[in-house]
Design a binder for this molecule. Sequence first.
Ligand SMILES: Cc1cc2nc3c(=O)[nH]c(=O)nc-3n(C[C@H](O)[C@H](O)[C@H](O)COP(=O)(O)O)c2cc1C
Length: 364
Amino acid sequence: MFAQDSIWTSLQLPIIALSPMDGVTDVPFRTITKKYGHPDLIFTEFSSAEGLGHGASELLKEFRYTPDHHPIIGQIYGTTPEFFRQSAILLCELGFDGVDINMGCPAKNVAHSGAGAALIKTPQLAQKIIKATQQGVAEWQNGATLADCPDFTAKILSQVQNQQQQLKLLSTTNNQLAQRRLVPISIKTRIGFDTEIVGAWIPTLLEMKPAAISLHGRTLRQLYTGRSDWEAIGKAADLVKQSGLGTKILGNGDIDSYQTAHQKIAEFNLDGVLIGRASFGNPWVFLETVPEILPTTKARVALEHAQLFELTYQSDSKFSFLPMRKHLSWYIHGFPQAKEIRIQLVQTHSSQEVKAIFQKFGLL
Ligand SMILES: Cc1cc2nc3c(=O)[nH]c(=O)nc-3n(C[C@H](O)[C@H](O)[C@H](O)COP(=O)(O)O)c2cc1C
C-alpha cells in the first residue's frame, strides 16, 4: 500500500526523531531543534480532524512550518474517518512528507471522545480511520484538491492557500508542494488501554499496512507515570519484523540521549526512536557528541527562540507571549541562579524583556 520511495524508506536507519508534542513542538521550537539538534525527522503537534471538519480554521496553526523543517510529518487525531480522508488531502496539499495518525493521546478531552489512545479499544474504528486516511492520500496522488473536501470552509481553504504561498516564497529548492506522490501514513500509539496488549493491537495495525508505527511504552491508563516498557516495545518490533511488510517500528518513552537511543534501538531491533520531553530546553539531546553547553550558550539560544517565537506569531490576532515562558524555564534548568532567573522569566511579555533579564544576570 505504501510507496517504496517515501520518507520512511529513504531515511537512513536508525531514525532519531522529534516526537510530536501539543503545545511544545510549534514552528519556533521545531526550527531551534532542527538547527541545534538535527533530528532525522520531526512531527507537528497534533491537530483535530473533527475540528478542521467543523471549520475551526485556527487549528491550521499546528500545520505551519518552514521548508528547513523537512522531513516533517503532520499529525492528526479524531474519530470520524471522513474527516481523516479530508485532512489527509489537506496535509498533502501543504507538502508534508507524511501523515501521522494519533492513537496514543491519553488526555481526557481527546480520549473521552474516543480519539487518541481510546482507539485501542475500538480496533475496527481504528482500521476505518487508517483506511480513510490512505484513501485521502491516494486520491491526492491522483489529482484530488481541497475542492474534494466538502467539509472544509472557505476560510480553511483560503488559509491553506496562504500557507502554500508562504512555503513557495520560502522554498529555495524544487517545489515539493507540486509533486503528486503517495504520501506515507504512520501511526503513533501506546502499548494498550489499561493493560499491555501489544500481541493483539500491533497485528490490528499491521493489517492496514502502515508505513511506520511509533510506539510509546505505556498504556493510556499510565498516562506518563512509571517507566516506558521497552520489553513490550521489543515484542512489537518482533511482530512488525515477522510481518515482512517493511513497516518501520520506532520506540518511544524516556529516551534522554543519543546513546540511550542507540542502546534501545540495538537491544530491541528497532528502526528508530522518538525523543520527546528530553528535548525541552535541550535541542542538543539528538547529537552524538554534545559539546559543553555553557549557561551563556543556553541563554543565547533561549533568546533566539523567544525572538523567533515573536517573529512567527506576533502578527496573529490573538498573539500571546505566554506559551514561550515554559520554554524559557526549561532552558535555564540547572543554572546556578535558576530560581531567581526563573521568577523573572515567567513574568516576561517579550524577547526584549528576556534579553534584559539575561543581561542582568551576566548571561549575555
Ligand atoms: C506536553 C506533551 C504534549 C504531547 N503531545 C502529543 C501530541 O500532540 N501527539 C502525540 O502523538 N504525542 C504527544 N505527546 C506524547 C509524546 O510525543 C511522547 O510520546 C511522550 O512524551 C513519551 O516520550 P518521552 O518520554 O520521550 O517524552 C505529548 C507529550 C507531552 C509531554
